[in-house]
Write a protein that binds this ligand. Structure first.
Ligand SMILES: Cc1cc2nc3c(=O)[nH]c(=O)nc-3n(C[C@H](O)[C@H](O)[C@H](O)COP(=O)(O)O)c2cc1C
Length: 167
């Protein structure tokens, strides 16, 4: 399908269109954190998915092209923070180059992972498996601890942040 509805075969010449098509799928927004060898690392990610209740598993997928890929690819522990509607500043901060921690004073979890306060939900994980997947790496985490609070989620669709409204 193009804008008009015709189907397109994915290829090098239309990656932007494929990206836009993926962007039609509205997602929540997370910040994934880990302890890098040079200090805490954080990245905004919407590739998060719940996977299994028993055992408790989740996944996310860092892009190989990201400058933050190396520390996340080797991390044996990480945390996923699901952002609330009032946390788009954190989403923007950790989508920007470098993912600056200035002024954030993270807590440190038992596995050494930097933890951000105030997320709608937080999942502290150890790395269970890594699966190569094209230009991304799928990382499966086993959830060791989780926390949550009520509140509206931050959403992302069509390249924009937004909020949830009942139909
Ligand atoms: C809403 C949103 C979701 C994103 N999801 C992912 C993701 O799942 N995986 C990923 O590697 N990068 C994702 N990114 C991109 C990174 O947050 C970041 O912008 C990118 O890694 C920047 O490259 P750098 O690490 O080289 O500075 C997302 C960005 C936004 C705004």
């Amino acid at each position: 399908m193009t804008e008009g509805g015709g189907a397109v075969v994915p290829g090098p010449g239309n990656q932007r269109a494929l990206r836009d098509a993926f962007g039609r799928f509205a997602t929540g927004v997370t910040v994934v954190t880990a302890a890098g060898s040079l200090g805490p690392v954080g990245i905004t990610a919407n590739s998060f998915a719940s996977v299994s209740l028993d055992p408790p598993l989740l996944l996310w997928a860092p892009a190989r092209a990201s400058r933050r890929f190396p520390p996340f690819a080797v991390a044996e522990a990480f945390a996923v923070h699901v952002l609330g509607a009032d946390q788009s500043d954190l989403g923007r901060r950790f989508a920007a180059a470098g993912g600056d921690w200035a002024g954030l004073a993270p807590e440190v979890g038992p596995e050494g992972v930097p933890l951000l306060a105030g997320a709608l939900a937080r999942f502290e994980c150890t790395t269970e498996a890594r699966h190569p997947a094209g230009d991304h790496l799928i990382i499966i985490g086993r959830i060791r601890r989780f926390a949550q609070r009520p509140g509206p989620p931050l959403l992302f669709a069509g390249g924009c942040y937004g909020g949830f409204a009942l139909p």
